[in-house]
Write a protein that binds this ligand. Structure first.
Ligand SMILES: Nc1nc2c(ncn2[C@@H]2O[C@H](COP(=O)(O)OP(=O)(O)OP(=O)(O)O)[C@@H](O)[C@H]2O)c(=O)[nH]1
Length: 454
């Protein structure tokens, strides 16, 4: 499969992450409301004369227009690993584990949200530049009557390794990074399509138990709705960090494992995954843990895996493939919707913004897609506005003689061209206004807004 197809495949995961969808019988309603909580909008906006400093906003320095630059060919090198992840992960770990405060689990602050965006943008680029994927041959269409599907829910404590495992199976980092823990009860973590079989992995982040294994009172409504849908998955993977279990057993996790394995569910296959086996020094300790849970009738199998390093994952994937049932696929493996492309355009600029502008500034910037047009020659004209609340922020964003916004624009343009595999005419405008208007005017749909002409 060539790079374009790989990219399309990666983007498909995003479609599934961003697009609320109603699934029938074995499918699930997503409450993913990622877009509406962002500071930026994927919808084209009517221009508003909201600036109180129009001479500044109209200054040529504040506009980057890629038409004025010759953008070099996109680099072909393998992208580097993100460097910020470890630091943020440690912070999240501290928040989730060291303080045993349940409500910390649901707090995703701006910085963390920003981290997810950064990783998302990076992952998109990586997916776009990744090498061929031998597993999927897009030229070989699988007829609907031959398609097999499986929905797999993954449940476990924070940091048990749900995302890492899905990433390993699905084969891209995209799935992991755009999740938002505190607003959703069900999210597609990733989609794996191999031959005639498609497996959709779902996360259930709203699920938490208190120490005695019961629902936490404060979150009852959210948590109950998450619990009520857990049974709908064909397969439920209960995953836990076995290394942590051996060193610092967590009663909530033990209760979760016991509760899910207490009785067999004839409509659902449940399996237990002892994750992070690579961290366990004495391998015979693993047997002790397996022994501890072996009598639970609800689990058909216990797998010992390392979702990160991959040991045992092949067996697990094979097992899941065997569970798939004749049912048409939920996800089209190769479509890239315009909506997804618009989001990518925003993500890429956002990432560049974070690279070039001091950390605190981007949080206060309203980031809007103002215009999106596919031109006759196939190229894309993309106009985005970066609106700051203070003149001082705007000055930082624009830089001396427009140097900063220019840098952001050039790099973003280059990346977008590489991802979309076509010419991109990117226009970025740095603006300032005192009152930042909401990104999502009520009652306007995506279509309504993209039809606004300028
Ligand atoms: N050594 C090792 N580390 C792992 C493994 N699986 C996950 N991790 C690490 O554990 C941390 C948490 O992994 P995630 O996959 O993000 O866990 P999660 O369950 O999705 O976490 P939440 O998003 O908080 O729900 C990350 O730092 C991973 O790199 C594993 O098999 N071995």
């Amino acid at each position: 499969m060539n790079t374009t197809k790989k990219t399309l495949r990666a983007l498909t995961y995003l479609t599934s992450l961003y697009t609320p969808r109603v699934h029938s019988l074995h499918r699930h309603r997503h409450h993913d409301n990622l877009l509406s909580v962002r500071l930026f909008s994927a919808q084209t906006q009517e221009r508003q004369d909201d600036s109180d400093d129009s001479h500044l906003n109209n200054s040529p320095d504040s506009v980057f227009d890629s038409a004025q630059f010759s953008i070099p060919d996109a680099p072909k090198s393998v992208p580097q690993q993100p460097t910020w992840d470890v630091q943020h992960r440690q912070r999240v770990e501290r928040a989730f584990f060291k303080n045993d405060l349940q409500d910390r689990y649901f707090k995703v602050d701006d910085e963390e949200e920003e981290r997810r965006r950064r990783v998302l943008a990076k992952a998109l680029l990586e997916a776009a530049l990744e090498g061929p994927d031998e597993d999927v041959d897009p030229d070989q269409e699988v007829l609907e009557e031959n398609q097999k599907s499986l929905s797999v829910g993954i449940i476990g404590a924070p940091n048990a390794g749900k995302s890492a495992l899905t990433n390993f199976m699905v084969g891209t980092k995209v799935a992991a990074v755009s999740r938002k823990t505190n607003t959703t009860t069900h999210e597609v973590l990733g989609v794996m399509t191999k031959g005639d079989t498609q497996i959709c992995f779902f996360d259930t982040p709203g699920l938490m138990l208190n120490k005695s294994g019961h629902l936490h009172k404060d979150m009852k409504v959210r948590v109950e709705s998450a619990w009520s849908s857990v049974n709908l998955y064909d397969v439920l993977i209960v995953i836990f960090d076995v290394n942590r279990h051996l060193t610092r057993p967590d009663s909530r996790v033990i209760n979760l494992i016991k509760r899910m394995g207490a009785e067999a569910n004839h409509k659902q296959t449940r399996i237990l995954c002892m994750n992070k086996v690579d961290l366990v020094e004495k391998k015979k300790d693993l047997l002790k843990v397996a022994e501890q849970f072996k009598d639970l009738p609800g689990y058909e199998r216990i797998f010992m895996i390392s979702g990160l390093k991959g040991s045992g994952v092949e067996d697990l994937s094979k097992y899941l493939m065997e569970q798939a049932v004749k049912r048409p696929w939920d996800e089209d493996p190769f479509t890239m919707s315009e909506e997804v492309m618009k989001n990518i355009a925003l993500e890429v600029v956002r990432e560049r913004l974070l690279d070039h502008v001091h950390q605190e500034i981007p949080y206060g910037i309203e980031h809007r897609l103002v215009d999106w047009k596919e031109l006759r020659d196939g190229s894309l004209r993309i106009e985005q506005h970066l609106i700051t609340g203070k003149i001082s922020q705007r000055k930082i964003l624009v830089g001396k003689n427009g140097s900063k916004i220019g840098r952001i624009g050039i790099e973003a343009n280059e990346e977008l061209r590489s991802i979309f595999k076509r010419d991109v005419h990117l226009i970025l405008q740095g603006r300032q206004c005192n009152v930042i208007v909401p990104s999502f005017p009520q009652g306007l749909t995506l279509k309504d807004q993209s039809e606004v002409s300028y």
